[in-house]
Write a protein that binds this ligand. Structure first.
Ligand code: GDP
Ligand code: ZN
Length: 362
């Protein structure tokens, strides 16, 4: 085991995955920040800058095949001061993904190998159930343990009513009600911190993520540890780590930027899990292919009629289903195009080789 990496989350599973690379003299490292030209990695030899090797670049079929913050990577040996090269990415235990912004049809990994994901929301006016449903689909698909943190309890005058409203949406996910301004109330959050565990907070900006982090660390300066570095033009630039150690060996925290509108990368099981109440209803419709419109004995319509199922929740479910279905179709199209390009290249290569063989024979 690489003892120095254990506080950064190195464990027996990563060690096992790394073994074949170890035999070849490679080093493991964890990506703690991502910049345009390079990555910052923490290695048994300390912190280093790394670039993606040509081989990995060649093999990568999509953006998600490139290392992301939180990834454990395989590095070629390097001298002090040299940039190391990322040869491979070790299998991710969890991944928090979203669709890249705009027209870009690619998966953007917000964080890899996150053990616990805090979805932070606030109990004041900004409270938005539909956004929360979206976050929950993303969380369910990530594989990370998920906790809902309802902040700004001091600004809410009817907490029980809000919690009742929340219960259909959150289902079995633990919900913590607290106020970042009241250190006592933040104590339950600490239960999720542990040495070597990686945490992440996601939520819209303004919900209180930085305040919570400060309450957890109780040292404002811990949050951002800027380092000064020379950029390509020789200027000094300040960079800060996106993944950093919490004080007192309490694990690691991923500092992700505030996300206003999150676009899902996939629906699938995460969508079913986040809306398991709806899945149950659907299974009670008389017809297996019920469209929940005018069909008789439609359990969904009955639940909507009696108010058991909130109309807004149902509409949001349909919206997210449509959105992710469209995405799946686009992804399939992209895969098909890629396969065709590959086949074409292979054909060209084979033809070149055949011609070459013919020339040699002559
Ligand atoms: P972030 O964008 O999610 O990191 O949110 P910040 O931590 O910057 O908080 C946004 C604003 O909400 C700041 O003015 C905080 O002081 C305030 N705030 C954060 N948590 C609480 C809370 O529990 N109660 C109250 N009343 N204000 C809070
Ligand atoms: Zn139905």
């Amino acid at each position: 085991m690489y003892q120095d990496l254990i506080p950064y989350g190195w464990n027996a599973d990563f060690q096992a995955a790394f073994l074949p690379f170890k035999a070849q003299g490679f080093l493991p490292g964890r990506v703690i920040a991502e910049h345009r030209q390079h990555l910052i990695v923490i290695t048994p030899q300390g912190e280093n800058l790394a670039v993606v090797s040509g081989k990995l670049r060649y093999r990568a079929q999509c953006r998600a095949d490139y290392p992301a913050v939180g990834d454990w990577v395989v590095l070629s040996p390097f001298q002090n001061g040299e940039r190391s090269k990322v040869q491979a990415v070790l299998p991710r235990q969890t991944r928090i993904s979203r669709k890249a912004a705009g027209e870009d049809m690619s998966e953007q990994i917000i964080g890899a190998n996150i053990d616990t994901l805090f979805i932070v929301s606030s109990l004041n006016q900004d409270f938005n159930m539909r956004r929360l449903e979206r976050y929950l689909v993303l969380a369910k698909n990530s594989g990370a343990q998920t906790v809902l943190v309802m902040n700004k309890a001091d600004l809410c005058n009817d907490i029980p009513a809000r919690l009742a409203e929340l219960s259909t949406v959150t289902q079995e996910i633990p919900v913590l009600v607290l106020s970042a301004l009241d250190p006592e109330s933040v104590v339950p959050l600490r239960e999720y911190l542990a040495p070597g565990k990686t945490l992440a907070m996601i939520g819209s900006s303004g919900v209180g993520k930085s305040s919570l982090l400060n309450a957890l660390t109780q040292q404002q300066s811990q949050r951002v540890q800027p380092i000064r570095q020379r950029d390509a033009r020789g200027r000094h630039t300040t960079v800060h780590r996106q993944l950093f150690l919490l004080p007192h060996n309490q694990g690691l925290m991923l500092d992700s930027p505030g996300i206003r509108e999150i676009q899902l990368w996939e629906g699938g099981e995460g969508l079913d899990a986040a809306f398991s109440d709806i899945q149950t209803l659907v299974s009670h419709c008389r017809f297996r292919d019920c469209r929940h419109e005018k069909e008789p004995d439609c359990a969904v319509n009955e639940a909507l009629g009696s108010g058991i199922l909130d109309k807004k929740r149902w509409r949001n479910y349909l919206k997210l289903s449509d959105e992710t279905l469209y995405l799946e179709q686009r992804k399939a199209q992209m895969r098909e195009i890629q396969t065709r390009i590959k086949a074409k290249n292979q054909y060209k290569k084979a033809r070149r080789e055949a011609l070459y063989g013919y020339l040699i024979k002559r």
